[in-house]
Design a protein around this ligand. Structure first.
Ligand SMILES: [Zn+2]
Length: 223
């Protein structure tokens, strides 16, 4: 493999439930990253009820749970961490900025440097970075050198593509720090050609989308 590959195993969704008043139906985008050095990374592992389903999704691309080397959960909400237990052969589990293996907790992201980059592959092309906002501990995985250019697997930093035109979508999905989220959204859009949002299909970042995110960030500074 000469390039890294980003495979969305399942696109996330979120919408009001038709029967339960005030309740939402939601599950996350679950993404497999196949690095060109052979490292396999799974990003966001659905809910705790999805184990068999996730095993099926993996088998469709010819993988078993023991083939996964690193688990990244963009943040600690229950629809993003549910099946981490399937990946007990992985060398590292990252849940937001918290990195562990079994009962051993590493100091990655512990130094308070908000721009810290942690490489998951030996070429330094697949990196985890903090992207706070939805939660203060949120991270994104940035995958350089793919057939689609640079791809950001961003969790709930973006709910779905429509939330660029209508900011109330990500704001109503819950945001622990709206200002940081707004800034991080622009930063990821400037860095990435494609984004996998937390609860919708992957989308291409057009100049139009970038301009809108820039205007949002400027508005925020002027406020
Ligand atoms: Zn979510």
């Amino acid at each position: 493999m000469s390039q890294n590959q980003v495979i969305v195993l399942q696109s996330g969704y979120s919408h009001a439930d038709e029967e339960e008043p005030g309740a939402m139906r939601a599950n996350c985008s679950c993404t497999l990253i196949r690095c060109r050095d052979g490292t396999n990374i799974i990003v966001d592992t659905l809910t705790a009820w999805d184990g068999e389903h996730l095993l099926r999704l993996l088998s469709e691309v010819g993988l078993q749970p023991q083939d996964i080397n690193v688990v990244v959960c963009t943040h600690g909400h229950s629809d993003h961490i549910g099946c981490n237990y399937l990946f007990q052969q992985a060398r590292l589990h990252l849940v937001g900025a918290c990195a562990s293996h079994k009962d051993l907790y590493f100091d990655h992201f512990g130094g308070g440097d908000k721009d810290e980059k942690y490489s998951l592959d030996k070429h330094g092309e697949v990196v985890v970075q903090r992207t706070p906002g939805h939660t203060l501990s949120c991270v994104s995985v940035i995958v350089h050198n793919t057939a689609l250019g640079t791809v950001g697997v961003c969790g709930d930093l973006f709910e779905r593509q429509d939330d660029v035109a209508d900011a109330s979508i990500w704001q109503n999905a819950g945001s622990e720090d709206g200002k940081q989220q707004c800034t991080e959204r622009l930063r990821m859009a400037q860095l990435c050609a494609h984004i996998v949002p937390g609860h919708g299909p992957m989308f291409a970042v057009t100049d139009e989308l970038r301009s809108k995110l820039e205007a949002d960030a400027l508005n925020l500074i002027l406020k």
